[in-house]
Design a protein around this ligand. Structure first.
Ligand SMILES: C[S@@+](CC[C@H](N)C(=O)[O-])C[C@H]1O[C@@H](n2cnc3c(N)ncnc32)[C@H](O)[C@@H]1O
Length: 232
């Protein structure tokens, strides 16, 4: 039998729509990219399982400091498809995830709903917010870590493979205001700000980090927050 054709559930004015596939997963479909498949936030697929299997030794976990502080609260200010947020939550962090692009946020919610069916403890450590991180970071809240992974306008091989990169660039217009997140993040992080960058990219907002962890595809720039001075 031929697979059921995807059911459109929402659309926006840039040729993108949300569709349900045969497994009930929400996908981002681009009518103007005829040969490109839909983008799904898949936290249960083999690629994400491979990332989870990297455990606390993987670069992301070391950059964020998983295992060094318990409990650990993280604001993932640039949620995207939530893969990094899911890894952090799987490893025990409590993660607030911000995403301002409504169609991408819908994919995140769908991934969360499917995660909750198989691992409700991990899902309970993830709190999704459809919001611009600038306004969230202007609230009076603090987190141990603020994590930033904005799109990079140049060639970016950090996280997103071809079609996702293409879709995200069109939908997000390249996160051109990302630099202004750094100062806000540094004011709200109690321990550190972590910024994921392509290996050859300059640091975000041209602010030199205190430390960098370099992998084969990306580096993590760390901005450390000095501990508060003890009062005599
Ligand atoms: C490169 S993707 C993040 C990928 C993500 N780390 C992952 O693991 O899937 C960047 C995302 O950040 C979002 N973004 C950028 N600036 C933002 C802001 N100020 N507030 C909320 N979301 C933002 C974009 O809409 C985009 O979805």
């Amino acid at each position: 039998m031929a697979p059921a054709s995807p059911t459109p559930v929402a659309a926006n004015d840039r040729g993108f729509s949300l569709v349900r596939d045969g497994q009930g997963r929400l996908g981002l479909h681009a009518g103007h990219h005829v040969r490109v498949g839909d983008v799904v936030a898949d936290w249960l697929g083999p690629e994400q399982l491979r990332r989870l299997s990297g455990g606390k030794k993987q670069l992301l976990a070391r950059a964020v400091g998983i295992g060094k502080r318990t409990p650990l609260s993280v604001l993932d200010a640039t949620g995207g498809l939530g893969r990094d947020a899911h890894v952090m939550a799987h490893l025990g962090a409590t993660v607030t995830v911000c995403e301002r692009q409504p169609l991408i946020f819908a994919l995140l919610q769908d991934a969360w709903t499917r995660l909750e069916l198989v691992d409700d403890r991990c899902a309970s450590r993830l709190c999704l917010q459809a919001a611009d991180a600038h306004s969230v970071l202007r609230d009076d809240l603090t987190w141990d870590v603020v994590y930033l992974d904005p799109m990079y306008p140049g060639r970016d091989k950090t996280a997103l493979p071809g079609k996702e990169m293409q879709f995200f660039r069109e939908l997000t217009e390249g996160d051109a205001d990302a630099g202004s997140l750094l100062a806000l993040a540094r004011a709200r992080a109690r321990w550190r700000v972590v910024v994921k960058r392509p290996l050859s990219a300059p640091p975000l907002a041209d602010q030199a980090p205190d430390q960098s962890l370099r992998g084969t595809q990306a580096r993590f720039d760390l901005y450390l927050v000095p501990p508060p001075k003890e009062t005599p």
